[in-house]
Design a binder for this molecule. Structure first.
Ligand code: SF4
Length: 445
């Protein structure tokens, strides 16, 4: 391990020079040329993008960002939005605590008359943690804050050839990053390191030959780049199980519920169901939950936009890994609250309560499998036809599957796939025939 890479003072200049020619085009970003011409970043756009990018890929965030900006062009517009509209627009992005905090923060900023321009002012806002405060202060206000996401950690570990495994290495990697952060153009510099990590210094295949830091990089010199940063092996995720009930009337109305504001998927639309309790399934089930056999995949996986799951996020090369701890912790806390009967790894196994929300001729359709940050979930899906007079139904005209969070959308897709007339009505051309060839019971991962 090298304490200081050679030419430390020049590294920021080298990176900025590279960034001026290679900056990625982002809908929320002011290009280096425009910035040099005097254009400033919109703090609202920077903040919104940073919240969306936490544990979510750039490719996924682009469309969501454009949708939010088109619908709510200013932070005042977002502050005035209905909670349900924002939660529906967020559906599919995951980590739904972000959407709830987004609204709280927008309303606080609107009440203040605008975003604070310092780290201290930003971190005092609801839902803004240390990473987001640093990123917004640097990128929107050109403050010399130290911005460290997963990409930056990787570049720093390699630049210094530091073998310390994460997460223990975090303080040292942050110190490396702080030593390199310049007083001039700190916002561009922060984005330059992130871009380098996302496009050149990638996790599995770093392109050292074209890297602007190839000369001072200690890992390139030692041939250790691909092995860095090291990571402490994670314990296997527990598996939880539950039942979920999709009821529809002959007129096409659905029995939906809005989940409580607090807890996993808080504030989102969903289907009635049991609690999610620790499952007796072993490692085979966990493996299956992550990598289902191709034979069990439904056509919808290929035909619809990819849902965002933590498994995909951790495997995506372009994932920013932003503020992982900020959101992973809140997500874990939420998941524990959501499963009081047995969410923890050391808690006794239990059988989920299979009591339907109302009497009907319930039929088991199959299973959906979904991975959250801290556990795999297997839901047994049931469906029934209920009377049009059932209280609380959502009329067919008011139901938009796209408003559902991913795991609930999977259950809907499973029922749609098992129901030929419904599938014909809702699926893109060419997908129905393949679905109809599938045997029941179905599994949707
Ligand atoms: S030289 Fe290679 S390992 Fe070092 S920072 Fe560049 S891409 Fe990463």
């Amino acid at each position: 391990m090298r304490d200081e890479p050679a030419g430390t003072a020049r590294i920021a200049d080298q990176l900025l020079h590279w960034y001026d020619r290679n900056a990625r085009v982002m809908p929320w970003r002011v290009s280096p040329a425009d910035r040099a011409a005097g254009q400033r970043s919109d703090p609202y756009a920077v903040w919104l993008s940073e919240v969306m990018l936490q544990q979510t890929t750039v490719a996924t965030v682009r469309d969501y960002f454009r949708k939010f900006i088109a619908r709510w062009p200013t932070v005042q517009d977002l502050a005035a939005a209905q909670d349900a509209d924002v939660m529906a627009a967020w559906a599919g992005l995951g980590y739904y605590a972000r959407a709830r905090n987004l609204l709280k923060c927008a309303r606080a900023v609107s009440a203040l008359g605008g975003f604070p321009d310092t780290h201290a002012g930003l971190i005092a806002l609801p839902g803004i943690g240390p990473y987001t405060a640093s990123a917004v202060a640097a990128i929107a206000f050109d403050r010399a804050e130290v911005v460290v996401d997963g990409n930056v950690e990787r570049v720093m570990a390699r630049l210094h050839n530091d073998p310390t495994p994460l997460p223990a290495a975090k303080p040292r990697l942050t110190a490396y990053a702080a030593a390199l952060t310049p007083q001039t153009r700190p916002g561009d510099y922060a984005q330059a390191v992130m871009d380098l990590g996302a496009t050149i210094c990638t996790p599995r295949n770093p392109a050292c030959g074209i890297c602007p830091l190839r000369t001072p990089c200690a890992a390139r010199a030692e041939g250790t780049a691909v092995s860095l940063p090291r990571k402490t092996p994670k314990a296997a995720k527990p598996v939880r199980a539950g039942h979920i009930y999709l009821a529809r009337s002959p007129q096409g109305a659905w029995l939906l519920e809005r989940r409580p504001d607090r807890g996993l998927l808080g504030g989102m639309l969903g289907w009635p169901g049991s609690e999610w309790v620790a499952s007796g399934e072993g490692k085979a089930a966990q493996d299956k939950a992550l990598v289902p056999p191709m034979a069990e995949r439904t056509a919808s996986e290929a035909d619809t936009p990819a849902p965002v799951t933590s498994a995909e996020v951790t495997s995506a090369q372009d994932t920013s890994d932003r503020a992982k701890s900020e959101w992973a912790e809140s997500d874990q806390a939420e998941s524990e609250r959501a499963t009081p009967q047995g969410g923890g790894r050391n808690k006794p196994k239990a059988t989920p309560d299979a009591t339907p929300p109302l009497p009907a001729d319930w039929q088991r359709v199959g299973e959906v499998r979904h991975t959250f940050t801290h556990f795999h979930l297997i839901l047994t899906v049931h469906r029934a036809t209920i009377p049009d007079t059932t209280p609380g139904l959502t009329p067919a005209a008011d139901f938009r599957p796209g408003d559902l969070p991913t795991v609930m959308r999977k259950a809907y897709d499973l029922v749609a796939a098992a129901d030929a007339p419904l599938a014909s009505a809702r699926l893109p051309p060419g997908t129905v025939a393949r679905r109809l060839r599938r045997p029941l019971p179905l599994t949707y991962c």
